[in-house]
Design a protein around this ligand. Structure first.
Ligand code: PLP
Length: 392
């Protein structure tokens, strides 16, 4: 199979792409000359094996009701065993069309209206959206920055657990937007506290495969069966292989009662039928995507280092925080001394880039921006040229 060329520019206009075609709708920006460096999907073609599997499935021509077959389960189980040394039990699997819909249903299932859900700020905006739009409240446990990267404030966490007794903590690992990969000790401390206060941990591990060479992913499931009654893990092949619009994710629920309750909820919503193309793509990706992903990780690591150096040379006002995973750059722009509105205007009018504004990630994101490095190097060069127009 031909080696992937991540430098290749593929025009994504007019494909219904949120990132490229719907800037106006989602970011309320009318300008069409902006380079979209915002939403987290990448601009690379999916592995050829996935494209071929999809194409053969389409050639078959019949798309009746479908279920996850043995190949599907085996592909996911083998992937986690091989890449993450994580043995998964097939019984734990539940599947739904996407991580966010699954998290939303679990919030409904595991908390009551008015109750709070803990998230770590700066937080992925969709977390706050599904919490508040389901009538629950966000309880923020702000992360703090240290020389080794962002850290969890356990004293504050214990304080809010004790004070609010929330039924749920929604963890993001690796963390969007900061790229932290929580290590075993950090996860253990969090689990101990959550168990003490009867709080279930929902761990969103959608970014698990996209670590940088100096980062290491540890699943909350790596911590062993003694925590199983208290944890649910969300996974998907979507970020790893660029399959976000194909909509399939797995929620791994080791606890039988929790799993049964979630499956009942899926059935209650008629969410017990699966998209055959999504399953075909995910199966092929997990079966054959190993080498492709190794190359992608190398490319993303080079993008990360290149971008950091280029910022230091051409836009030194902008500080890139240390990430261990994801393809996101979390950038501190406070040196410019602009408020968020003025910062956004400068990025649009002078730099000509559309970024994710940090304030959308909560109070901890004010003065920051998030840039998607999952793109051909040329886009990064253009972004740096744009950012170099801003001076302090
Ligand atoms: C942490 C996290 N969870 C979930 C999602 C989206 O998941 P899905 O598209 O499967 O709903 C994203 C997308 O950026 C994400 O960063």
């Amino acid at each position: 199979m031909k080696s992937p060329d991540f430098n290749q520019i593929i025009d994504r206009h007019n494909t219904g792409s949120v990132k490229w075609d719907f800037l106006d709708r989602y970011l309320h920006l009318n300008t069409t000359d902006l380079l979209p460096m915002w939403v987290s999907d990448f601009d690379f073609e999916s592995p050829k094996e996935v494209l071929q599997a999809l194409s053969s499935r389409i050639d078959h021509g019949i798309f009746g009701y479908s279920e996850r077959d043995d190949l599907y389960y085996q592909a996911v189980i083998n992937w986690f065993s091989k890449r993450h040394k994580l043995p998964l039990n097939r019984d734990w699997f539940t599947s739904i069309e996407g991580v966010i819909p699954g998290l939303a249903l679990l919030i409904q299932m595991l908390s009551k209206p008015g109750e709070g859900v803990i998230i770590q700020g700066p937080y992925y905006a969709s977390f706050a959206k599904i919490i508040t739009m389901n009538g629950r409240s966000v309880i923020e446990n702000p992360l703090f920055e240290s020389p080794e990267g962002y850290k969890i404030d356990y004293d504050h966490l214990e304080h809010i657990l004790e004070h609010h007794r929330p039924p749920l903590l929604l963890l993001c690992n690796p963390h969007n937007p900061t790229g932290r990969c929580w290590d075993r000790d950090e996860l253990l401390q969090l689990l101990i506290l959550c168990k003490r206060y009867g709080t279930t941990v929902l761990s969103d591990e959608i970014w698990a495969d996209l670590t940088l060479p100096w980062g290491k992913f540890t699943s909350i499931l790596h911590l062993g069966s003694e925590w199983h009654s208290n944890v649910i893990v969300a996974t998907s092949a979507s970020k790893t292989f660029g399959l976000s619009s194909l909509r399939i994710s797995n929620f791994l629920i080791p606890d039988t009662t929790l799993r049964q309750a979630f499956n009942d909820r899926l059935n209650a919503h008629g969410l017990d039928v699966f998209n055959s193309l999504s399953m075909t793509a995910a199966t092929a990706a997990y079966q054959y995507g190993d080498t492709w992903l190794d190359k992608l990780q190398d490319y993303l690591a080079e993008n990360n280092s290149w971008f950091k150096q280029a910022l230091a040379s051409y836009a030194p006002w902008c500080r890139m925080t240390k990430a261990e995973g994801t393809y996101l750059a979390w950038l501190d722009c406070r040196n410019l001394g602009l408020d968020d509105n003025a910062l956004q205007q400068a990025l649009i009018q002078k730099a000509k880039v559309a970024v994710s504004m940090g304030y959308c990630f909560g109070d901890q994101g004010k003065g920051f921006i998030r840039i998607n490095l999952g793109c051909p190097r040329q886009y990064l060069e253009k972004t740096i040229t744009g950012l170099a127009q801003l001076t302090w």
